[in-house]
Write a protein that binds this ligand. Structure first.
Ligand SMILES: [Zn+2]
Length: 445
């Protein structure tokens, strides 16, 4: 196609390098004003709470916040005077298009990968995203294992205005050496390329560069690598190559690390964030704190039976505590990519606060990890997250005080996303999010 549509396609590619999200069409002219009366308003960064605040929202963004803000005539008023309002939560490590199960695959995702086609996984991702948003997660970093770019399809669908969901920071395919996290047979690995698209094989410098460019081209907002999924893994220089190539597209790099040496190499290379806690030590934490590396420890709680062991959990709790004592940049992350009967995906994710409680992390610091630190790791802190004038209007409300009792986050009563009400009085009311077309623009990668 030529003409205006072709031009838009090119323009979209250029714009996507410069900004985190396309500007919705709704920002083009002044829209109606929504006024929220907040009984209490939490600032997680400062660890403070203010009473009786008025928050104005217009065209999807916060326009005024304070105790004496006048409510314009004709504004729609939302009364949350009995609730505590706070910014939305962030899960810095999830896989919304992956849902492995006890039956039939004994919680091993080989079978999911073989049996669930990408279109089905994309629909799972849409459902899981809605479930996360209902639990107050307004941002999710989605770190691969999503079939053939179902995570990026989810990001685009939410941004374009097809359905509600968190703001997705997707990685696209996980880049690793031959085999990824799998251990395929020679014939399946070499002749059938069995790990693709669950993993993107990249063993040599040329392959690494090509893999990063592939993910960037298809709409990744972060690059995810397997640092040490195999004993050889990536060297410091190879990780540096990933980081420098990703930087050309404006992308940061997260490393999956499962060994002490893997963490050491990733930190030395200057990686942005490290996933999982198996390779964490006091020494690695000190290095991470020195370099400001975000920690996405994915601290599985013992209450999610079958997903950790008593010994593993004990170490997880001890290392989370050690990371906090070393002032590491802590984020809240779950890796909650499985089905727990009786729980939504959001309820599984919020369950991870149990580990933070067990590690005796002060409640304001847990809340900071779930909000402020998450925005920074997601690189949204200047566009989305904080409840501040000019930011996209995302917020949640709960009963009680989340600076004193983190468990109040288990029962999110109200969710606002892009200035639209998604949940009210504890019930999802997502009608405003569904549209018969891409109301916020299309084909913006
Ligand atoms: Zn993961």
């Amino acid at each position: 196609m030529s003409g205006p549509a072709g031009w838009r396609r090119i323009a979209g590619c250029i714009i996507s390098l410069a900004v985190a999200a396309p500007a919705p069409a709704q920002g083009s002219q002044p829209g109606p004003v929504t006024a929220i009366r907040a009984g209490r308003l939490v600032d997680p960064d400062a660890g403070t709470i203010a009473n009786n605040q008025v928050i104005l929202v217009q065209n999807g963004r916060f326009t005024a916040i304070g105790p004496d803000v006048a409510i314009p005539a004709g504004a729609q008023v939302i009364d949350l005077s009995n609730l505590t309002v706070l910014p939305g939560l962030v899960d810095t490590h999830n896989h919304l298009a992956l849902t492995y199960k006890e039956v039939p695959e004994r919680n091993i995702y080989y079978l999911t990968y073989v049996l669930d086609p990408t279109p089905l996984r994309a629909i799972q991702a849409a459902s899981n995203g809605i479930q996360m948003l209902a639990s107050g997660f307004t941002i999710v970093r989605d770190m691969g294992n999503n079939g053939n770019y179902a995570d990026i399809a989810l990001r685009m669908a939410i941004e374009q205005g097809w359905l509600p969901g968190p703001t997705i920071i997707p990685s696209g395919l996980i880049i690793g050496g031959l085999g990824g996290q799998f251990s395929p047979t020679p014939e399946m690995a070499m002749e059938k390329k069995i790990v693709y698209p669950e993993y993107l094989d990249a063993d040599t410098p040329d392959e690494i560069v090509k893999a990063v460019r592939q993910n960037a081209l298809f709409g990744a907002r972060v690059i995810k690598i397997c640092v040490d999924c195999k004993p050889w893994g990536y060297t410091v220089d190879e990780i540096r190559l990933v980081i420098s190539e990703a930087a050309k597209a404006g992308l940061k790099v997260e490393g999956h690390c499962q060994t002490e040496d893997g963490v050491r190499r990733a930190v030395e290379a200057g990686i942005w964030s490290i996933a999982h806690d198996r390779g964490m030590t006091d020494e690695n934490h000190k290095a991470m704190a020195r370099k400001g590396v975000f920690r996405a420890g994915t601290e599985t709680p013992i209450t999610l039976t079958g997903h950790t062991t008593a010994a593993r959990y004990e170490n997880t709790v001890a290392m989370l505590r050690n990371a906090w004592e070393n002032k590491v940049a802590l984020t809240f992350s779950t890796d909650a990519d499985y089905y727990v009967p009786g729980k939504t995906r959001g309820e599984v994710a919020i369950e991870f606060i149990e580990t933070w409680k067990a590690a005796r992390i002060p409640v304001p610091d847990v809340l900071r990890a779930m909000t402020t630190m998450g925005y920074k790791a997601s690189e949204t802190e200047r566009t989305r997250g904080p409840i501040a004038v000019g930011m996209w209007a995302d917020l949640i409300a709960v009963r009680g005080n989340p600076l004193q009792d983190i468990d109040v986050l288990r029962d999110v009563q109200f969710v606002l996303k892009n200035g639209m009400v998604f949940k009210r009085d504890g019930v999802m009311t997502p009608g405003a999010f569904f549209n018969g077309g891409p109301v916020n623009g299309w084909n913006v990668r």
